[in-house]
Design a protein around this ligand. Structure first.
Ligand code: URA
Length: 221
């Protein structure tokens, strides 16, 4: 069993010098912000209840990096938390604050890269380094059955974290890759850019979660 503390980077994680430096700068500029690796948000019923893991890209500067909860405080969270609630993966009224009372049900939410990257763009070495935490996060939830990856970077890092080859499981929106006993469902990232440009519509996003909900319901039997 993987204890929670091993799957979470320490608050002053030094592994990616560029991200460590970026966070140090924001600690000076905004001392009241979270400004640290953002931990996985997971089901109120504990690790063994988690059957679904959602993997985002990285904390947004004024979103998760400010508030300390994945997808909380910037645009990307609005559609995600609304969709989670509509399929029963969460309860409570999302108010974009970590103390809004939202609780995940049998679900966990994390990022491929835990620290906020400049311009929202982690580099390859940072994605690879932070994958050690993603791997341990996946192992920590021993009843995990499905993963939703948001965007190509999250998809590829998740496939690698599962020990599979990206060439065998390329990203495709709405696609599903079965790796061992885990089904990986891929979606375009629910960023403002993707929804504003029409690359991702609300309907497309909801359809991915409908597939996931049906998959998990069938597994439950
Ligand atoms: N906030 C996150 O925590 N992750 C993302 O990928 C985007 C916004």
């Amino acid at each position: 069993m993987i204890p929670e503390k091993l799957s979470e980077p320490p608050r002053d994680c030094p592994l990616c010098p560029r991200l460590h430096q970026f966070i140090a700068e924001w600690r000076t500029r905004e001392p009241d912000w979270f400004n640290a690796p953002v931990p996985t948000f997971f089901s109120r019923d504990g690790d063994d209840s988690v059957r679904l893991l959602i993997v985002g890209l990285a904390p947004g500067l004024r979103g998760a990096n400010r508030t300390g909860r994945p997808f909380t405080g910037d645009y990307a969270g609005e559609l995600l938390y609304a969709t989670l609630k509509s399929f029963g993966f969460s309860t409570g009224e999302f108010q974009a604050r970590p103390d809004d009372g939202v609780e995940l049900i049998d679900t966990a939410l994390t990022n491929a890269v835990r620290c906020v990257p400049p311009e929202n763009k982690p580099v390859g070495a940072e994605i690879n380094t932070c994958r050690s935490f993603l791997k341990l996060t996946i192992q920590r939830f021993r009843n995990l059955q499905a993963i939703v990856t948001l965007g190509t970077i999250a998809h590829q890092s998740t496939i690698r974290a599962l020990g599979a080859r990206v060439g065998d499981h390329p990203f495709s929106h709405g696609g599903r890759a079965d790796v061992g006993n885990i089904a990986v469902f891929s979606s375009y990232h629910c960023s403002r850019y993707n929804t504003n440009t029409g690359r991702l519509t609300e309907e497309m996003f909801v359809d991915v979660f409908r597939n996931v909900a049906e998959y998990l319901a069938a597994k439950r039997g």
